[in-house]
Design a binder for this molecule. Structure first.
Ligand SMILES: Nc1ncnc2c1ncn2[C@@H]1O[C@H](COP(=O)(O)OP(=O)(O)OP(=O)(O)O)[C@@H](O)[C@H]1O
Ligand SMILES: [Mg+2]
Length: 488
């Protein structure tokens, strides 16, 4: 059988309450018994001392102990006198500590029986001795021991006699026993009441705790089954509320991811369809004889195949970086030489478009960097290629290379109009994004270049940002650590 969380939690709460109640109950019972016996023993000694005083007063009245003895005064007379002055039994003691009702309850509503430590019993436990040790009154057999207590009887400044009392036995007498039993019963009843309340409370609290967990379980099950629109409603501010909010956030991320994936597949198939349609049309034209077999027609076919090839290569590279396995081969490179070579490669293309392409190195001469030369060539090449392709002629493209700090290099590429709108700037790095579709189709791009740039930058632990350029076009800011291989 599966034990549910609600039961486990309730059990835990109830058992902790049970342990507390049992511990407190036992402690109370133990304290009660011990404390009560101690109290009675104290009263007993007090009574003994009062009795010793009474003996002293009586002896004084007769003019000495011997005269009191000779007068025939017996223990019974003294105790009778004592009872008149001081009361008789522990019931008196109970009266001191309990109000009438509770006393009756303690006695079980019956007339109190004569307890064994009443005056009568006191009589059997007490004896008066002369100062030299010979018995005067009471049970002479009370020899001095750990079970007896002596109190002196003084006349003037001298001890003339002493009173000896046998201690009360620790076994509770009937009244005490009933009083204790009653206390135990009420302790037990309170404990039981506490336990029942704890059980009910535990079940209620457990339900409060477990309910949201059951909701979380249900929602995560639905999300796992693909129902990504599932959301949990909560206004809790505790950790459970956090967990619920996290599940909601996870579900929305998965939903967005799912949508992006579908969009991505649709976009890719669309991208592949365009060159394939052109290829098919040209091949059909060749077969049907509409197009002549000529170096020009063959070149056109080759260009379409090359476009397809580069598109597939770009997609592959992006897929690799998505899987975090974009291979990089880091090596020591001369920064100035590397960037100069890349820029030089584009000078002819820039001249054809009447664009002035210029590179400037600020305080950089012989800086060695640790990058993957092929990937950096592709990254900076893509950025310059973009500037050349998406800039109106005549125009300008300025490349500035400088040290950002002792550990990083910045490369800024600024160009003249056209620029991009705020919204376009946000999406520039999205795969397959093109700012102005008709224009970009004309410039021949697939919209993967900047995504690739971003991935290469990431693989070198750098950053790439686009903003408006002071020249009127776009400003690309690239920052790369001198050691692109360093993992920190
Ligand atoms: N320097 C720039 N000036 C103006 N627009 C730009 C610039 N760089 C990028 N863009 C805009 O951003 C879009 C995305 O650029 P990206 O490099 O990703 O793709 P692409 O150049 O169109 O194609 P390719 O995959 O061949 O690079 C471009 O289509 C263009 O509209
Ligand atoms: Mg591009």
């Amino acid at each position: 059988m599966r034990i549910r969380l609600v039961h486990k939690q309730a059990l835990l709460l109830v058992s902790s309450v049970l342990i507390t109640v049992v511990a407190m109950g036992s402690l109370t019972a133990w304290n009660l018994r011990d404390g009560f016996s101690e109290y009675l023993a104290g009263r007993d000694i007090e009574r003994l001392e009062q009795f010793a005083d009474l003996v002293a007063m009586t002896a004084e009245k007769y003019g000495g102990v011997e005269k009191m003895e000779a007068s025939g005064t017996n223990l019974h007379d003294l105790l009778h006198e004592f009872a008149k002055i001081h009361g008789a039994s522990p019931i008196r003691a109970l009266k001191d500590v309990l109000p009438g009702k509770e006393l009756n309850a303690a006695l079980g509503f019956k007339p109190p029986p004569r307890p064994i430590d009443s005056i009568d019993a006191f009589k059997d436990r007490i004896a008066v001795y002369h100062a030299d040790g010979h018995p005067i009154l009471g049970t002479p057999a009370l020899s001095q021991s750990a079970q007896t207590i002596d109190r002196p009887v003084t006349l003037g400044n001298s001890v003339v006699a002493f009173v000896r009392m046998a201690k009360l036995k620790p076994v509770p007498n009937e009244v005490e026993y009933r009083f204790l039993a009653m206390q135990y019963k009420s302790t037990l009843a309170v404990s039981f009441l506490l336990l029942v309340t704890a059980l009910m409370l535990a079940l209620w609290i457990s339900k409060q705790w477990v309910k949201p967990l059951i909701e979380i379980q249900g929602a995560s099950e639905l999300i796992a089954k693909g129902k990504l629109q599932t959301r949990l409603k909560t206004n809790r501010t505790d950790e459970i509320g956090d967990a619920m909010a996290n599940i909601n956030a996870m579900a929305s991320s998965l939903e967005i991811l799912e949508k992006t994936k579908r969009q991505w597949l649709a976009d890719i198939s669309h991208e592949l369809r365009t060159p394939l349609t052109i290829l098919r049309g040209e091949i059909d034209g060749l077969i049907e004889g509409v197009i002549d077999y000529s170096p020009t027609s063959m070149n056109s076919l080759r260009e379409e195949v090359l476009k397809l090839n580069s598109l597939v290569n770009d997609l592959h590279l992006l897929a690799l970086s998505d899987l975090q396995v974009l291979p990089c081969y880091f090596e020591e490179l001369n920064l100035k030489k590397l960037i100069s070579q890349i820029v030089d490669r584009f000078q002819r293309q820039a001249a054809t478009k009447d664009i002035h392409l210029n590179v400037q190195f600020i305080e950089i001469e012989e800086l060695q960097v640790r990058w993957d030369s092929r990937r950096i060539d592709q990254l900076v090449g893509n950025l310059i290629d973009n500037s050349l392709r998406h800039t109106d002629s005549p125009g300008k493209v300025f490349v500035t290379v400088q040290l950002k700090n002792p550990f990083a290099v910045s490369i800024d590429i600024n160009d003249t109009a056209p620029g991009a709108s705020e919204n376009d700037l946000k999406h520039l790095f999205d795969p397959l994004f093109r700012a102005d579709t008709s224009r970009s189709k004309w410039t021949g791009g697939s919209g993967l270049g900047l995504s690739i740039c971003q991935q290469i930058t990431n693989s070198h632990h750098g950053l790439l940002k686009a903003s408006h350029s002071e020249l009127g076009g776009i400003s690309m800011h690239l920052e790369l650590p001198i050691d692109g291989d360093a993992t920190t």
